[in-house]
Design a protein around this ligand. Structure first.
Ligand code: C2G
Length: 130
Protein backbone atom coordinates (compact mmCIF):
# COMPACT_ATOMS: atom_id res chain seq x y z
CA UNK A 1 0.00 0.00 0.00
CA UNK A 2 1.72 3.28 -1.03
CA UNK A 3 1.85 6.08 1.53
CA UNK A 4 3.41 9.41 0.56
CA UNK A 5 5.03 11.38 3.40
CA UNK A 6 5.82 15.09 3.03
CA UNK A 7 8.06 17.29 5.18
CA UNK A 8 9.62 20.74 4.94
CA UNK A 9 12.67 22.65 6.06
CA UNK A 10 15.59 24.94 5.33
CA UNK A 11 18.11 22.18 6.11
CA UNK A 12 21.01 24.65 6.23
CA UNK A 13 24.46 23.29 7.24
CA UNK A 14 23.01 19.77 7.11
CA UNK A 15 23.40 17.92 10.44
CA UNK A 16 22.29 14.78 12.31
CA UNK A 17 19.04 16.41 13.47
CA UNK A 18 18.04 16.91 9.83
CA UNK A 19 19.16 13.41 8.84
CA UNK A 20 17.23 11.74 11.65
CA UNK A 21 13.94 13.49 10.96
CA UNK A 22 14.20 12.51 7.28
CA UNK A 23 14.94 8.91 8.29
CA UNK A 24 12.02 8.76 10.74
CA UNK A 25 9.67 10.44 8.28
CA UNK A 26 10.55 7.94 5.54
CA UNK A 27 9.95 5.03 7.95
CA UNK A 28 6.32 6.22 8.32
CA UNK A 29 5.53 5.69 4.63
CA UNK A 30 6.67 4.28 1.30
CA UNK A 31 7.81 7.56 -0.32
CA UNK A 32 9.26 10.80 1.14
CA UNK A 33 8.90 14.15 -0.58
CA UNK A 34 10.73 17.16 0.88
CA UNK A 35 9.94 20.85 0.44
CA UNK A 36 13.25 22.75 0.75
CA UNK A 37 12.66 26.39 1.73
CA UNK A 38 13.79 29.00 -0.77
CA UNK A 39 16.43 31.50 0.39
CA UNK A 40 13.71 34.18 0.61
CA UNK A 41 11.43 32.02 2.78
CA UNK A 42 14.38 30.99 4.96
CA UNK A 43 15.25 34.64 5.45
CA UNK A 44 11.67 35.45 6.47
CA UNK A 45 11.68 32.50 8.92
CA UNK A 46 15.11 32.97 10.49
CA UNK A 47 16.07 36.61 9.86
CA UNK A 48 19.26 35.60 8.05
CA UNK A 49 20.14 34.09 4.68
CA UNK A 50 21.18 30.41 4.81
CA UNK A 51 24.90 29.60 4.69
CA UNK A 52 24.25 27.10 1.88
CA UNK A 53 22.36 28.38 -1.16
CA UNK A 54 18.98 27.01 -2.16
CA UNK A 55 20.47 24.91 -4.97
CA UNK A 56 23.17 23.49 -2.65
CA UNK A 57 20.54 22.58 -0.03
CA UNK A 58 18.30 21.01 -2.70
CA UNK A 59 21.24 18.93 -4.02
CA UNK A 60 22.18 17.75 -0.52
CA UNK A 61 18.62 16.78 0.44
CA UNK A 62 17.91 15.04 -2.88
CA UNK A 63 21.01 12.88 -2.35
CA UNK A 64 19.91 11.65 1.09
CA UNK A 65 18.93 7.95 0.77
CA UNK A 66 15.65 8.44 2.65
CA UNK A 67 14.45 11.15 0.24
CA UNK A 68 12.56 10.25 -2.94
CA UNK A 69 11.86 13.75 -4.31
CA UNK A 70 12.47 17.42 -3.50
CA UNK A 71 10.74 20.65 -4.46
CA UNK A 72 11.06 24.37 -3.56
CA UNK A 73 8.99 25.57 -0.61
CA UNK A 74 8.15 29.19 -1.40
CA UNK A 75 5.68 29.94 1.38
CA UNK A 76 4.60 28.53 4.77
CA UNK A 77 1.00 29.10 3.68
CA UNK A 78 1.02 26.78 0.67
CA UNK A 79 0.94 23.49 2.57
CA UNK A 80 -2.50 22.48 1.25
CA UNK A 81 -1.38 23.04 -2.34
CA UNK A 82 1.90 21.11 -1.86
CA UNK A 83 0.05 18.23 -0.17
CA UNK A 84 -2.40 17.99 -3.07
CA UNK A 85 0.26 18.32 -5.79
CA UNK A 86 2.42 15.59 -4.24
CA UNK A 87 -0.60 13.51 -3.20
CA UNK A 88 0.73 13.23 0.38
CA UNK A 89 -1.12 11.21 3.05
CA UNK A 90 1.09 12.28 5.95
CA UNK A 91 2.82 15.55 6.93
CA UNK A 92 5.75 15.13 9.34
CA UNK A 93 7.40 18.05 11.16
CA UNK A 94 9.68 18.44 14.16
CA UNK A 95 7.89 19.30 17.41
CA UNK A 96 9.24 22.85 17.32
CA UNK A 97 6.26 23.30 14.98
CA UNK A 98 3.86 21.50 17.31
CA UNK A 99 0.22 22.35 16.50
CA UNK A 100 1.19 24.85 13.76
CA UNK A 101 -0.18 22.72 10.92
CA UNK A 102 -3.22 21.16 12.59
CA UNK A 103 -5.52 23.20 10.33
CA UNK A 104 -4.67 20.89 7.42
CA UNK A 105 -5.67 17.68 9.23
CA UNK A 106 -8.70 17.55 6.92
CA UNK A 107 -6.28 16.92 4.02
CA UNK A 108 -3.81 14.47 5.50
CA UNK A 109 -2.49 13.04 8.77
CA UNK A 110 -0.14 15.37 10.67
CA UNK A 111 2.62 14.03 12.94
CA UNK A 112 5.10 16.04 15.03
CA UNK A 113 8.30 14.13 15.92
CA UNK A 114 10.63 15.00 18.79
CA UNK A 115 13.60 17.05 17.62
CA UNK A 116 17.08 15.54 18.01
CA UNK A 117 18.36 17.20 21.18
CA UNK A 118 21.39 19.51 21.47
CA UNK A 119 22.14 20.03 17.78
CA UNK A 120 21.14 22.96 15.59
CA UNK A 121 22.45 24.97 12.65
CA UNK A 122 22.56 28.08 14.86
CA UNK A 123 24.75 26.26 17.43
CA UNK A 124 27.07 24.95 14.69
CA UNK A 125 27.48 28.47 13.27
CA UNK A 126 28.25 29.85 16.77
CA UNK A 127 30.78 27.07 17.38
CA UNK A 128 32.53 27.86 14.07
CA UNK A 129 32.67 31.58 14.93
CA UNK A 130 34.66 30.88 18.14
N1 C2G B 1 15.11 19.22 13.32
C1 C2G B 1 15.21 18.15 14.23
N2 C2G B 1 16.21 18.17 15.18
C2 C2G B 1 17.10 19.20 15.22
C3 C2G B 1 17.02 20.25 14.29
C4 C2G B 1 16.00 20.24 13.34
O1 C2G B 1 14.42 17.20 14.20
N3 C2G B 1 18.06 19.16 16.18
C5 C2G B 1 14.01 19.19 12.35
C6 C2G B 1 13.07 20.42 12.47
O2 C2G B 1 12.15 20.22 13.51
C7 C2G B 1 12.42 20.43 11.09
C8 C2G B 1 13.56 19.92 10.18
O3 C2G B 1 14.54 19.30 11.04
O4 C2G B 1 11.31 19.55 11.05
C9 C2G B 1 14.21 21.05 9.40
O5 C2G B 1 14.63 22.04 10.31
P1 C2G B 1 14.99 23.51 9.73
O6 C2G B 1 15.94 23.39 8.63
O7 C2G B 1 15.31 24.36 10.91
O8 C2G B 1 13.63 23.95 9.06
P2 C2G B 1 12.49 24.91 9.63
O9 C2G B 1 12.93 26.31 9.65
O10 C2G B 1 11.95 24.32 10.87
O11 C2G B 1 11.46 24.80 8.41
O12 C2G B 1 7.21 24.75 6.41
C10 C2G B 1 7.92 24.45 7.55
C11 C2G B 1 9.31 25.02 7.53
O13 C2G B 1 9.86 25.06 6.26
C12 C2G B 1 10.21 24.24 8.46
Amino acid sequence: MSRVVITFGTFDVFHLGHLRILQRARELGTRLVVGVSTDALSYSKKGRLPIYSESERMEIISSVKYVDDVFSEESLDKKSEYIRVHNAQLLVMGDDWYGKFDEIKHLCEVVYLARTPSISTTAIIEKMKN
